[in-house]
Ligand binder design. Structure first.
Ligand SMILES: [Zn+2]
Ligand SMILES: [Zn+2]
Length: 441
């Protein structure tokens, strides 16, 4: 990727020199908000909360929106927040931020690093960190709410701002929808969001028309065997050998059964069995992550996993009552994120007028997942767009490139975004898109 970043101050100057009047005015308003927004960001960053537990974060979003004159409803789909501002006739535009942190112990060593530790439901003690940058999402959400409230005279329509729980568990969007997000509140014609990006420079905006992020499925395979003494394998059915065959055969799903022009991933991320050198266990457990874009490829992969597991068990001579048990974790399925193509191109062209051609770039799709997808899938009339906002500090980006070093990804304990650049860029991008969609006259 070409380096197009110029440094925050230089960028601000470049923008004010070339951008149209409207973008200039908004840029100035964002700058004025930044000291206050950064104080809020530091608070969010130091106090991350795990999925389904975002009580404090939700409270901050709700209180801010209430102060600004939004009608606020809390506890929608768990800890979700819905803030509605009705401002005359016009379209309904939804802006979403997700709120959860991750069970990651922060290792950035920065002042203000999270020191929060919790014991999870599974009994594991862990640090908690906003390693996916949802703290920047919530902060920019507040920035957008403030700017939209301050500029009420310039737009007409209904703004629905939502704070979503449990994105990292792929459950929060579904829970908000099931709790009546589109029936108890105005249903959007447009859904907007952003995600910070750990692979390109701070302040860049990335957009991907069509499929942008993948279908994500978690699959558990319990492989049964017949245990016994390690010295007498002929009296057993070894589940480790069988599970190993299954892992090997699973590799052919993507390489031999999916078209080379389609994208798919089958990764066995966990393989557990046995307790001691000389005991053949009676069970092996596999945990898989399965990724795709289209529903057809997804169905093929999930059916294929079940077929291969059973086929290998038959080949190993397992009796009918000891076939592997394949469980697809339905509650944690994240559907592929699809940015409405024409709408995405239209918004990208608009963003280029404000931010300049070089700061708004098309990005290839990735195999990560985002449950923002659900808000658009609910009704095909909804035009949906999530953009990336680059967060890698320029110095770090340049150094990594020079040294051929891999940058820390999202979810890394070392992920330290240039928060002011992410927050100011995202606030301005989302506000200007919402105002464009609800422009008066
Ligand atoms: Zn994440
Ligand atoms: Zn995320």
């Amino acid at each position: 990727m070409r380096n197009m970043w110029m440094g925050a101050a230089a960028l601000a100057l470049a923008i004010s020199a070339t951008a149209p009047a409207a973008a200039q005015a908004l840029g100035g308003e964002v700058e004025k908000q930044m000291p206050s927004l950064m104080a809020i960001y530091k608070d969010f960053h130091a106090n991350p909360e795990l999925s389904f537990m975002e009580v404090r974060s939700a409270g901050i979003l709700a209180a801010e929106a209430r102060k600004l004159g939004f009608k606020v409803t809390e506890k929608v789909g768990g800890t979700g927040v819905v803030a509605v501002m009705e401002n005359g006739p016009g379209p309904v535009v939804m802006v979403r931020a997700d709120m959860d942190g991750l069970p990651v112990t922060e290792q950035t060593g920065l002042p203000g690093a999270s020191k929060v530790r919790v014991t999870t439901k599974e009994g594991v003690e862990t640090g908690v960190m906003h390693a996916c940058g949802h703290d920047t999402h919530m902060t920019a959400w507040i920035g957008v709410a403030r700017l939209m409230a301050a500029n009420k005279a310039k737009w007409s329509g209904t703004l629905v701002m939502i704070g979503q729980p449990a994105e990292e568990r792929g459950a929060g969007a579904r829970m908000m929808l099931e709790d009546g997000l589109y029936t108890r509140f105005p249903k959007p014609e447009y859904a907007l969001a952003f995600h910070d990006a750990a692979q390109f420079p701070a302040g860049q905006i990335g957009y991907t028309p069509g499929y942008a992020l993948a279908n994500v499925d978690s699959v558990d395979v319990t492989v049964k065997g017949v245990g016994g003494h390690g010295a007498y394998p002929q009296t057993t059915k070894d589940p480790i050998v069988l599970a190993s065959r299954i892992v090997g055969s699973l590799q052919t799903l993507v390489s031999r059964e999916v078209s080379p022009l389609d994208s798919a991933v089958v990764t066995v991320g966990s393989f557990h069995s046995g307790a001691k050198h000389n005991i053949i266990s009676d069970e092996a457990k596999l945990q898989l992550t399965v990724r795709s874009y289209s529903d057809e490829v997804r169905d093929h992969l999930l059916d294929g996993i079940a077929r291969i597991a059973k086929g290998e068990a038959i080949a190993a001579g397992m009796p009918d009552d000891k076939m592997p048990v394949v469980t697809v974790q339905k509650d944690e399925y994240t559907p592929a994120t699809f940015n409405t193509p024409a709408f995405t191109e239209e918004m990208a062209a608009f963003l280029k007028t404000g931010f300049g051609e070089k700061r708004v770039v098309q990005m290839p799709p990735v195999m990560g997942g985002e449950d923002f997808s659900r808000f658009g899938r609910e009704d095909k009339n909804i035009k949906s767009l999530i953009v990336w906002v680059g967060g890698v500090p320029q110095v770090e980006y340049d150094a990594a490139k020079k040294e051929g070093r891999t940058l820390p990804s999202l979810h890394s304990p070392f992920w330290a975004p240039d928060a002011p650049a992410v927050i100011s860029t995202a606030t301005e991008a989302l506000t200007s898109m919402a105002m464009k969609l609800m422009a008066k006259g």
